[in-house]
Design a protein around this ligand. Structure first.
Ligand SMILES: Nc1nc2c(ncn2[C@@H]2O[C@H](COP(=O)(O)OP(=O)(O)OP(=O)(O)O)[C@@H](O)[C@H]2O)c(=O)[nH]1
Ligand SMILES: [Mg+2]
Length: 384
């Protein structure tokens, strides 16, 4: 297997492993296209149609954790597709995802790399347009700003052939409501259906190539002008949701406080324990909301320094996990070898036993034959 030593154990990765290709270094002339959308919308799958190194998730958990760049050639045109972590992640608050995306956008802005297009993927199968999908769309609009909308492609994924009418109804709603896509379309965003195939994806890419345009997103301008992330339009949008959540949590805490008093008045010890447990969990949530809010109070430079540290920590942790697994594997291998040796020794012992028994059986046969011969000869003597 490539990259494994003779024991089948992968080598310890150095700081940058030879196996992990370095992300391509972009230059201002490159055609760079970002793919965005909620988690599970099919961003990595879309990219994987043109670049085999994109990581597609097949579990229920969100898959892409960090921004990654993938070189591709589509219809003879060299380009770079930027995979982004999806908002509404199962494990991370939106503030963290925004930090990651904003940091990448800031770095590219400083390097004078402009986006040629942004593909926003949306699962047509999402039946709650008022929920997470709406929240993320609002944030996306703020992230881009009006001036960038002409370079935005709004593409629907996960079309269900068996229920086409329902999906088409949802598409109509997307196109007609100003708070969904109608406004964006008016500003020049183009809508496509993507059926998960290479053909529809190529059509989208060709459309972007044809625009021959480059954009600077609002969030890039805002942060370059010195605003902190929480002061940007996208940052404010994320905070609005956080405020709604915090208010809800505080209201729940108030209710729990009343319930606790009632349980105390009734001397109901099991209810008291249960409520206290819920209070602790809720207090944790309120604390992490507050922490998440604070992580957005960063300017471009602080954000970059913090992200660098976070990425280093992630890499160190992954490295440690890998080493732990390697050790686990090496231990298991040693045990396997020992077991093999043990059973080999056991087998040799048995073999020896069989051999000895065979030798003894042959010796006994010889003894018997000799004895028979002697008896025969003696008998013969008697007969004679
Ligand atoms: N049926 C269908 N499945 C799709 C389509 N696009 C993606 N999938 C599946 O949806 C799952 C999630 O796809 P991903 O490409 O990892 O989604 P993502 O947007 O990158 O998700 P995150 O990385 O978590 O943000 C995978 O199992 C894909 O195979 C599509 O158009 N149709
Ligand atoms: Mg992904």
């Amino acid at each position: 297997m490539p990259g494994k030593n003779s024991d089948g154990i992968p080598p310890v990765p150095p700081e940058t492993s030879a196996e992990m290709p370095k992300p391509p270094a972009l230059s201002p002339d490159d055609v760079v296209i970002a793919v965005m959308g909620v988690t599970g919308a099919g961003k990595s799958t879309f990219i994987s149609l043109f670049a085999k190194d994109a990581q597609v998730g097949h579990g229920l958990q969100s898959c892409t954790a960090n921004v990654s760049i993938h070189a591709a050639t589509v219809n003879g045109q060299k380009c770079y597709l930027v995979d982004t972590p999806g908002f509404d992640d199962t494990n991370r608050p939106d503030s963290e995802i925004l930090r990651e995306v904003a940091n990448w956008l800031n770095i590219s802005h400083e390097a004078k790399i402009k986006l040629a297009g942004i593909i926003y993927l949306h699962r047509i199968s999402d039946n709650r347009l008022g929920g997470a999908a709406m929240k993320n769309l609002r944030m996306f609009k703020r992230l881009c700003g009006r001036d960038s909308l002409a370079c935005v492609v709004l593409a629907t994924t996960m079309w269900n052939k068996a229920d086409l009418l329902v999906d088409e109804q949802r598409e109509k709603e997307l196109l007609n409501r100003p708070d969904f896509w109608a406004d964006m379309v008016k500003q020049g965003s183009q809508v496509f259906r993507h059926d998960n195939g290479r053909e529809s994806a190529t059509t989208i890419m060709k459309y972007i190539f044809g625009k021959r345009h480059r954009v600077t997103l609002d969030i890039q301008k805002e942060m370059a002008s010195g605003k902190t992330l929480d002061e940007t339009g996208a940052g404010r949008e994320v905070q609005t949701d956080m405020t709604v959540l915090t208010t809800k949590h505080e209201q729940e805490m108030k209710t729990l406080r009343q319930e606790l008093q009632e349980a105390k008045d009734m001397h109901d010890s099991s209810a008291i324990a249960e409520i206290n447990q819920l209070r602790t969990e809720l207090a944790d949530k309120i604390r992490s909301d507050e922490e998440a809010r604070k992580t957005m109070q960063v300017n471009m430079e602080t954000l970059r320094a913090e992200r660098e540290q976070e990425l280093k920590r992630q890499r160190d942790e992954a490295h440690k996990r890998e080493l732990d697994h390697q050790k686990e594997m090496a231990d298991a291998k040693m045990k396997l070898l020992a077991a093999k040796h043990e059973s080999e020794a056991e087998a040799q012992k048995l073999q020896m036993k069989i051999h000895m028994a065979q030798m003894e059986a042959e010796a006994a046969k010889r003894d018997r034959e000799r004895a028979e011969r002697e008896r025969d000869s003696q008998g013969g003597c008697i007969v004679m």
